[in-house]
Design a protein around this ligand. Structure first.
Ligand SMILES: O=C(O)CCC(=O)C(=O)O
Length: 262
């Protein structure tokens, strides 16, 4: 399940990598089956959209549900990250970003490291963002947009946006984004459900509103090297987990195995 040298080269060049058919339809169904009861929980990690009140993101899922505790240890998900990082890593953040049909709202242009540095005091942009598409993601239902190669420029400058969405984020200045897009273009990260996506901490990205009649849910795990751990504790655990235990891989069939009942 290791990435090939050409996949590693593409990730290094572009800052993101899509791996199609990484998870089976059955595995995605098992994950999706857990969502309704998690949506219904009155948990501070369930953050709703400003306008519609529909769930925008659900965080801390590996601490709330046994299946998600196994997803974050799945070798097909974390194997590539550990291959790239080549050192022990901890689970920094786990969420499902929902983006419901007709009402899912924008994620402004940003790069994740701005928030990790400013809010959590993470020293270096080493964390990797690992996604699993839980719905088919198309150009219509709010895919992530990437500026390929933008991760190569390190930090881009950012300010905290506390207004445009319900989830506060350090976002990029539009002039900076314009220059990067003019120089490097734009891509939409699309794929069928079960596709995996990896991207770097300084990759500039965002996503538009979902105007389509199709839901778009994406699972996201941030893995950060233990040696690069947070230095500040301003955010709740579900936004940046404090447990620095190095993550370990489970067997490949771990999602299909029923949890042991004691
Ligand atoms: O789910 C999305 O559309 C965007 C999510 C995102 O940008 C992030 O988690 O950093």
């Amino acid at each position: 399940m290791d990435l090939t040298s050409s996949q590693l080269a593409a990730l290094d060049r572009d800052g993101y990598l899509l791996l199609e058919n990484r998870f089976s339809a059955k595995e995605v169904e098992l994950i999706n089956d857990r969502l309704p009861s998690l949506f219904a929980e009155n948990h501070p990690g369930n953050i709703v959209e400003q306008s519609s009140g529909a769930v925008r993101t659900m965080m801390g899922l590996h601490l709330r549900d046994d299946l998600f505790a196994r997803v974050v240890r799945h070798p097909r998900l974390i194997g590539p990250a550990l291959q790239i990082l080549r050192e022990p890593a901890y689970v920094q953040q786990v969420k499902v970003n929902v983006k419901a049909a007709f009402s899912g709202e924008i994620w402004q242009w940003h790069y994740d490291f701005a928030t990790h540095k400013e809010e959590d005091g993470v020293p270096k942009p080493l964390a990797l963002n690992l996604h699993i598409f839980l719905d088919d993601v198309t150009e219509f239902n709010g895919p992530l947009y990437f500026i390929p190669g933008s991760h190569k420029f390190g930090e881009h400058g950012a300010f905290k946006d506390v207004e445009t969405t319900s989830y506060q984020l350090w976002v990029c200045d539009q002039e900076r984004v314009k220059k990067l897009i003019e120089a490097h273009g734009l891509v939409a990260a699309k794929g069928a459900k079960g596709t995996m996506l990896i991207f770097h901490d300084t990759m500039v990205h965002g996503s538009p509103n979902n105007m389509s009649p199709w839901d778009r849910a994406i699972f996201s795990l941030l893995l950060n090297p233990v040696s690069n751990a947070f230095q500040k504790q301003t955010r709740p655990d579900y936004k940046h987990q404090r447990d620095l235990t190095p993550i370990e891989m489970l067997p490949d069939d771990c999602l299909n195995v029923l949890p042991v009942v004691e």
